[in-house]
Design a protein around this ligand. Structure first.
Ligand SMILES: O=C(O)CCC(=O)C(=O)O
Ligand SMILES: [Fe+2]
Length: 486
């Protein structure tokens, strides 16, 4: 009898004795776990003593809980516990534990040594020998398995109705009238950027190797990050996402001598009226294959463009009104929970997502730029190691959604400096100063649509009251404004 695990629904897991042999035949890309950890289903067919049966009272707890408890231990305690038995050796070798320790202590690392554990232990003992723990655990096997699957398979076979349109370029008028709410890829503009010809890993390393960039919770010299990204097996690799790269790299932006210039079709960015007080808006993004971003909407109802300078990215996107499968939001949408890693989400939900209305997908190749419309959900994965620049902006056509977001979802506004107490009022004031005609137009449209809504509410209430048991049609005005209804 063979068992399957939830992560590999279409694959049979071989029994332990034949694990290496069978994986080499049917799944050449999946290697055996270096510590002999196997999917838990395999325990059913194993006749030997289970390593997990030897860990005492802790053995009554699920594997996930054991790992949470181990997160409380310091380095030496983890090492000591790991020496007590094979099961604990496997548990305490979980690289996420060592990653957390290393990131928590914040000290710079001298060299990346291929895993978080090896990098951390370099300070204590360089000797990290793999042993065969023969432990059956989905919790420990899953990240290892996910780190090895070839994610490019999900970027193929895209149904033609899902394909993100690809255009050479677009003019501002067409963007404003027809494309501001649709994802698309432009194949021309980025190829004219100086950084497109100049930037590659080696060139960046040469020029900025000592400069520190932000990668999630740490600031690492670029040389360390590049060493890491070229030799990591992390399931969800640390992603370099730096919002201060223009200053750090001493770059300028714009058509005249700039390192790059935002594609013209997107027009003015209305957040520019905020000058120094604008929220964060541009990022340098560097990451290895498999790195990327789980499902999210961009901040403050901004739109964005994302330009790939090296590598390629697979995008899967949904309009804001359609929640992607496997993603959960609180009622006011302030909290988004996307509990699965990118690889797990792709394994579990990609097929279903692809069949859903509204789903669009595409690969943004080297030298191309993708448009993310305001409010759209997107998941992005690097199909090969990549260098990209992204900018968030408010196009004229999305002034309404930005103002509404800043006003009605003030608690979700992000990226402003502490000096900005009321982003909505500040934006309104600056828009009045710089684009009064645009704001007036917006206000007129706003009043007209509010009246229309009120009128519809009245009709609805009228309908309901007319069927009231007490009988008799009653026309209720919601408030004073109803007097203005034409
Ligand atoms: O390149 C990526 O990983 C996507 C970045 C992204 O989603 C964003 O900048 O909002
Ligand atoms: Fe995004």
């Amino acid at each position: 009898m063979r068992q399957t695990t939830s992560l590999t629904p279409k694959r049979f897991n071989p029994c332990p004795e034949h694990l290496d042999e069978e994986l080499t035949h049917s799944e050449p890309q999946i290697q055996a776990h270096p510590l002999g950890v196997r999917p838990s289903g395999n325990a059913w067919t194993s006749s030997s003593v289970h390593a997990r049966d030897c860990i005492g009272t802790l053995g009554t707890l699920p594997d996930e809980v054991i790992l949470v408890i181990l997160e409380w231990l310091e380095d030496l305690d983890l090492l000591r516990l790991g020496r007590t038995c094979r099961a604990f050796f496997a548990f305490t070798s979980s690289d996420d534990l060592w990653k957390a320790l290393l990131l928590r202590d914040g000290r710079p690392i001298s060299r990346w040594r291929g895993s978080w554990r090896a990098t951390y232990l370099e300070r204590l003992s360089p000797d990290v020998r793999p042993i065969d723990c023969r432990l059956y655990s989905d919790t420990l096997y899953r990240p290892f398995f996910c780190s090895q699957i070839n994610l490019s398979q999900f970027a193929t076979g895209t149904p033609s109705s899902n394909r993100i349109p690809r255009l050479t370029d677009l003019c501002q008028a067409d963007f404003s009238t027809s494309w501001n709410d649709r994802p698309f890829i432009l194949t021309n503009p980025v190829k004219k950027w100086p950084v497109f010809t100049k930037w590659c890993q080696e060139a960046l390393l040469h020029r900025y190797g000592d400069v520190e960039f932000r990668a999630e919770a740490v600031d690492w010299p670029l040389s360390t990050y590049i060493e890491y990204m070229n030799n990591t097996h992390d399931e969800s690799p640390l992603y370099l996402f730096d919002k201060d790269f223009i200053r750090k790299m001493n770059l300028s932006i714009g058509e005249k001598g700039g390192a790059y210039a935002p594609p013209e079709c997107f027009g003015d960015d209305l957040f520019a009226v905020l000058g120094e007080q604008r929220p964060d808006s541009r990022w340098l993004i560097i990451g290895p294959e498999r790195s990327g971003s789980t499902f999210h909407k961009d901040p403050n109802a901004t739109s964005a463009w994302n330009a790939v300078i090296r590598g390629s990215k697979y995008w899967i996107m949904f309009p804001g009104s359609i929640l992607p499968p496997g993603v959960f939001v609180s009622e006011d949408q302030s909290e988004v929970t996307s509990p699965l890693s990118i690889a797990e989400w792709l394994l579990t939900f990609h097929q279903e997502a692809r069949r859903m209305a509204g789903c669009v997908e595409g690969i943004c190749h080297e030298g191309e730029v993708l448009h993310v419309p305001s409010g759209w959900w997107h998941l992005v994965v690097n199909l090969e190691s990549a260098i990209a620049i992204t900018q968030n902006f408010i196009p004229r056509s999305h002034l309404k959604s930005a103002l509404e977001f800043l006003e009605k979802k003030a608690d979700q506004v992000s990226g402003f400096g502490n000096d900005v107490k009321d982003p909505y009022q500040l934006f309104l004031e600056k828009m009045k100063l710089n684009h009064s005609e645009m704001l007036e137009q917006h206000e007129q449209q706003h009043v007209a649509s509010t009246k229309k809504r009120k009128w519809e509410q009245l009709l609805e209430r009228g309908d309901k009251t007319s069927t009231d048991e007490k009988g008799g049609f009653r026309f209720d005005f919601v408030n004073d404004e109803a007097e203005d209804i034409p």
